[in-house]
Design a protein around this ligand. Structure first.
Ligand SMILES: Cc1cc2nc3c(=O)[nH]c(=O)nc-3n(C[C@H](O)[C@H](O)[C@H](O)COP(=O)(O)OP(=O)(O)OC[C@H]3O[C@@H](n4cnc5c(N)ncnc54)[C@H](O)[C@@H]3O)c2cc1C
Length: 352
């Protein structure tokens, strides 16, 4: 009797475990997860598109998280499905990837822009920084920081990208030669790991995770919050663009500028053109001195003189020059190469 009773108990336990495993390893079990935001299982087609328009990988579901805990709960659930589950997860920022990096074939796409984390916080003391959500757009970070006369040190040319999207890559623009890419200007992050844990990481805390996630193409965890280094924002930018038809001359001048485009009317006569674009940050009270300095600088370069374009624009207008920049990139791509070099006039000469 004792043997039969033990056997029955064991049998029933196994049945229960089996039923649970079947339940949790079934992707549709996501429907029963309790989250602050919501899952969409029907309207998922937009998550199978990106800027490249070359890959269309249809996901099973899109999660619109309202909290970090939504992301952690979902990933923990998928982790618990075990190694036999083929359900993949991809964070989606502003989906400006070109090759489907933010897509998940029959998996779960996490729409980071719907994350409603704690409000952005700007710290204005020594070594200022901003704490921002992984789904925040850089343009919104810039606007918020400018309220305090501050701005992130390193940019992308195009600012309608998310914090998580560019920190998973590198984040490169004209300031990178001075401050490094955006991933070199992060103090710490909050990350949801592949097991669904929420961890803080920095150079000193969980440093392996910190260095893996930065530039990790979304493969080592999901960035839910980042502390980004700031500096005083200048008022204005002197924006200069010139074209070259000879690459060696172009590269020599580019090196000269790193050491210390609006030429649309110009006819290339079928030659490849090289575009050198410079930005010199300054405050309005230095405008005269700056113009003299720029005049001296340009007189040493050997670009095609008729192609010189220069203007002065407010700092935010320059950084958010979305349409102008895209036009410049596409025209430069059609004709040759382009590089934006930002010479920060607010930094003393000896630190260049
Ligand atoms: C018009 C245009 C201009 C660009 N300009 C620049 C530029 O000047 N400098 C530059 O460096 N790059 C530039 N890029 C490239 C761009 O930075 C990258 O494609 C970037 O990944 C896009 O950010 P996103 O928010 O759209 O991310 P998505 O395309 O949505 O995602 C990119 C990758 O990051 C992952 N990811 C997204 N969010 C998170 C998160 N929170 N945590 C972890 N992983 C995440 C995704 O899974 C995916 O692998 C440009 C791209 C375009 C289309």
């Amino acid at each position: 009797m004792l043997f039969i009773r033990s056997f029955m108990i064991l049998f029933l336990c196994c049945m229960t475990i089996r039923i649970n495993l079947c339940f949790s390893s079934n992707p549709s079990s996501l429907r029963n997860l309790s989250v602050d935001g919501h899952f969409s299982f029907d309207e998922v087609h937009h998550a199978a598109k990106d800027f490249g328009n070359r890959f269309q990988l249809l996901p099973l579901a899109v999660l619109y998280p309202k909290s970090v805990s939504d992301i952690a709960t979902t990933i923990r659930h998928i982790w618990q499905m075990g190694p036999n589950s083929e359900l993949t997860v991809a964070a989606r920022g502003h989906s400006h990837s070109l090759q489907g990096q933010a897509q998940a074939h029959q998996g779960v796409v996490i729409n980071m822009e719907s994350l409603q984390g704690p409000k952005m916080h700007v710290y204005t003391g020594n070594n200022p920084y901003v704490d921002a959500s992984g789904g925040e757009l850089w343009i919104d970070i810039l606007r918020e920081c400018l309220e305090y006369g501050l701005a992130p040190k390193s940019w992308t040319d195009y600012l309608h990208l998310t914090v998580g999207g560019t920190l998973s890559n590198a984040g490169v623009s004209g300031q990178a030669f001075r401050h490094g890419p955006q991933i070199s200007n992060v103090h710490q992050m909050e990350v949801v790991t592949g097991k669904g844990e929420v961890l803080n990481c920095s150079e000193k805390q969980n440093s392996d995770l910190f260095h893996s996630v930065l530039g990790g193409l979304g493969q080592f965890g999901i960035i839910t919050r980042a502390r980004i280094s700031l500096e005083p924002a200048p008022d204005m930018v002197k924006w200069i663009r010139v074209l070259y038809s000879d690459f060696t001359t172009f590269a020599t001048d580019q090196e000269r500028l790193i050491d210390p485009v609006q030429a649309s009317q110009f006819h290339s006569d079928g030659r490849t053109l090289y575009c050198l674009e410079l930005a010199k940050y300054f405050n309005r009270d230095r405008a005269d001195a700056l113009n003299e300095e720029v005049g001296n600088l340009l007189s040493q370069l050997r670009y095609i003189t008729s192609t010189l374009f220069q203007t002065e624009v407010p700092y935010i207008e320059f950084l958010d020059r979305v349409h102008v920049s895209e036009k410049a990139i596409s025209s430069a791509a059609a004709t040759g190469s382009s590089m934006l070099t930002s010479l920060d006039d607010t930094v003393p000469d000896d630190s260049r």
